[in-house]
Design a protein around this ligand. Structure first.
Ligand code: AHG
Ligand code: MN
Ligand code: MN
Length: 329
């Protein structure tokens, strides 16, 4: 049996990979792992404590907020604020970014963007959901309060990105720009242990993932692509949690699409804390992630607002390029 490699051991060992390793990035990844364990504990017993259901408010994107969304956001903020290893956080659950005002926080070189709980609609029905995060080096001067420009950076500028999947087991999958590695939480020791070293996505797969319910509202070229795949007897898998759908595609090959529709030309998914972190990670695993109409890499899009939406086609390179061909035809 292979030796257990814990997340902390892995990060510490890889610290020399980071060009400007100051221990802060190592500490940040540890903090995110800690917050994930805390959120996991609540997700696993959500039915037993009064944490299910709606919070009775909407977030900046106009989505109805679940109690667990707020809980997950608070735990991530707490973990990141206490450590002093980042100077600010932008989150789906907060209208504006959150500057960390402590002396250590202001001295930090990093900011974090996150979707604390992705797939919230699945909470009450016990279906997989996740947390998505990304880490940037700040552009503003250390010592001062972080600024909006620290968060509005292209996905290609990310120094780390990843997700936690609260599923049949709890997985933390991330990249620091040197490939993608997955860690499974071993509840008996409370540690994330290396379980999926150096994940690479297949050039093609036999599954596609899209909300077929919107078929009538898609662009004609998108419809032709979907028809092509259903005629080619591909399987359609769609969980309604981007993290779960993209994780399945990362491991099995395939393509996930959230195109625009007549009523929502830019689709639903947010560039900053859903498409960029997952797009950057997918590229690191040998896959591709593009905008469904401009066909540019999502990680090349210059963000202009914290909660801006973009359409996305993400997954196996061969399948994303096939989609591109349909959109150019
Ligand atoms: P969130 O729960 O963070 O708001 O994200 C939900 C997103 C994404 O996870 C999923 O792929 C998509 O919403 C599903 O949207 P539809 O219900 O429109 O298919
Ligand atoms: Mn989400
Ligand atoms: Mn969310």
């Amino acid at each position: 049996m292979n030796r257990i490699v814990t997340l902390d051991e892995f990060i510490t060992h890889r610290q020399k990979d980071f060009p400007y390793a100051s221990g802060e990035l190592t500490g940040l990844l540890h903090d995110i792992g800690l917050a994930a364990k805390i959120v996991n504990r609540e997700v696993n017993k959500a039915g037993l404590v009064n944490i299910l259901g709606k919070a009775g408010t909407d977030n900046a994107s106009g989505d109805e907020v679940q109690k667990l969304d707020i809980y997950a956001n608070e735990k991530l903020l707490e973990s990141l604020r206490n450590s002093g290893e980042c100077c600010g956080v932008a989150s789906e659950e907060m209208e504006d970014f959150f500057p960390i005002q402590s002396v250590e926080g202001k001295q930090s070189n990093y900011v974090v963007i996150c979707d604390p709980l992705d797939g919230s609609s699945n909470i009450d029905v016990n279906v997989s959901l996740g947390t998505i995060f990304g880490i940037y080096r700040r552009k503003s001067h250390p010592g001062g309060i972080c600024e909006l420009e620290d968060f509005l950076q292209k996905g290609s500028e990310l120094v780390a990105a990843g997700y936690v999947l609260y599923g049949t087991s709890t997985l933390l999958v991330f990249t620091t720009g040197k490939g993608v590695n997955g860690f499974t939480l071993d509840p008996s020791i409370g540690e994330f242990c290396l379980s999926h070293p150096n994940i690479r996505i297949a050039e093609r797969g036999s599954q596609y993932s899209i909300n077929q319910g919107y078929y009538k509202r898609f662009d004609e070229k998108v419809k032709r692509f979907i028809d092509h795949y259903s005629n080619a007897r591909m399987s359609l898998r769609y969980i309604g949690s981007m993290v779960a759908d993209v994780h399945r595609i990362l491991l099995k090959g395939g393509i996930f699409l959230y195109p625009g529709t007549e009523d929502r030309p830019e689709g639903k998914l947010r560039l900053l804390y859903e498409c960029n972190p997952l797009g950057y990670l997918m590229e690191q695993a040998g896959g591709k992630a593009i905008h469904c109409t401009t066909l540019e890499p999502v990680t090349a899009i210059q963000p202009t607002a914290l909660h801006q939406r973009v359409s996305i086609a993400i997954g196996s390179k061969g399948m994303v390029e096939e989609f591109e061909q349909f959109m150019k035809s």
